[in-house]
Every structure is written in C-alpha cells, then in structure tokens.
Design a binder for this molecule. Structure first.
Ligand code: DC
Length: 229
C-alpha cells in the first residue's frame, strides 16, 4: 500500500497524541510528536535561564541558542512510547510538567523557533509513512498531507483529562490551574501571527467530547482505510 503522510492537529489535551501514536502503531508508521519538540526547546530555555514565569522568555538569547539545541526521539519501547531526547538526554518526563506547559506557548510564537522546528519536522516526513501531531501540521508543515484530521473537545473536558493524566504521574495540580493553562494556551495558539492553530480546509473534524479512546481509534482507522483504497 502506498505510504502517505497523516497530519493530526488540534487543541492541547484533546487526545490527539494518543490517537496519533496508536494509529501509527496499528498501521506500522513512524509517529512524531511535534509538540514534544516545542516543549524540549522550552525546557532548554528554562534550564539556561532564558525563560521563567517571572521574566517570560528572552527571545534574542533563545534564537541565538537554536543551533545548540538538538532534538531527537528514541524508538518506541515496550510501552509503545518513544522518548524525547534533548542534546542526547532523555527529557520525556520533564517536558510534560506544568512549568514547561505554562511557558511553551510563548516559546512557540517565536518565528525563528517555528522555522527551525518546521524544517526538522519536514525532514522526518521525507520518506512518508508518518503520523505527526501538532497545531500546524496540516496547514504549514505538510500542507499536501494525504490525510488530515482536526481534533477538538471542550476546554472543561480537556482539563479533566489532563488533571487525570498529571495526577497519575504523581504531579500535584488543581483542576482550576489546569483549565486556566488550557484556556491561555488556546488563546496564544489560535491568535499568534505565525502559523496559528486552525483547521486546514481539507481536514476532517473530530469532536471527541463524548467519545472513548476506542471509539476514536475506530473512527480514525476507518478514515485511514477509506482514504487508502
Ligand atoms: O501538543 P502539546 O500540548 O504537547 O504542544 C505544546 C505546545 O507547543 C502547544 O501549546 C503549542 C505548541 N505547538 C505548536 O505551536 N505547533 C505544533 N506543531 C505543536 C505544538
């Protein structure tokens, strides 16, 4: 079967990463989490004193440091999850914490950061046979992707899912803080100048407020099979 590029975009915590990862595993494709790349750049900025909740992001310093930031992924382990490496170090856990979550959107508005990561993402897609999830995959990174999905759910439902996920990992978070972070990220992601989050015209919309993970997977597989005939 001819290999294609599958772009899955959507709001934060809409469940798109889980869907994208599961789909890639089921059909033997490579999965790339583009959000993890923005998170890794943000972690680098925090660790090098270029970003903090008090001072925000030092854009000039971060842009200068871009050539020193190397991001890669380990192959998926037994749990099916690939880990993000920042300059060779496994940072999969750190990039998911609340500090990174609250600073990642301001980092992701920086055009130079976007250009740098977009080029890297396009490199991954050269051989096709890839599922990539993010905010601008169907619009900017792979506008010619053969299959595009745009995932949405209400902020409240997304906050509930995120609290569950973080609590299971042992993080101490409140529903109100998580909801506020989600609303703030939605706002920054949809209103930024450079590749704002929006549905590509040819993307298929999935509103998953009232769907289980299994139902979403079934829906996605059917879409893939129908396209690939
Ligand atoms: O999918 P995520 O929540 O891990 O993404 C983290 C942040 O990265 C998100 O708030 C916006 C940004 N992002 C982006 O701007 N473009 C992408 N393709 C992926 C993520």
């Amino acid at each position: 079967m001819k290999k294609i590029i599958i772009a899955i975009d959507g709001y934060s915590s809409s469940g798109k990463s889980t869907m994208a990862r599961d789909l890639a595993r089921r059909i033997g494709y490579v999965y790339v989490d583009s959000g993890a790349m923005y998170r890794a750049v943000t972690l680098y900025a925090i660790e090098h004193g270029m970003a903090s909740p008090e001072k925000g992001v030092d854009t000039a310093a971060l842009v200068n440091a871009l050539p020193d930031i190397h991001i890669s992924f380990t192959p998926a382990g037994n749990d099916g999850i690939q880990h993000t490496l920042l300059n060779g170090k496994d940072v999969e856990r750190e990039i998911r914490d609340m500090q990174v979550s609250s600073l990642v959107s301001p980092v992701a508005v920086i055009p130079e950061v976007r250009h740098h990561l977009t080029a890297l993402q396009q490199e991954y897609g050269k051989e096709k046979g890839i599922v990539m999830d993010g905010r601008d995959i169907g619009t900017t990174v792979f506008p010619a992707a053969e299959m595009k999905v745009f995932v949405n759910a209400s902020p409240e439902e997304r906050a509930r899912r995120r609290v569950k996920e973080l609590t299971e990992k042992g993080e101490n978070v409140t529903y109100e803080d998580v909801l506020e972070n989600i609303r703030e990220r939605d706002h920054i992601d949809t209103t930024r100048k450079e590749s704002p989050l929006r549905k590509a015209e040819d993307a298929v919309l999935l509103d998953n407020d009232n769907m289980t993970i299994e139902q979403q997977m079934e829906w996605l597989l059917k879409l893939y099979e129908d396209r690939d005939r």
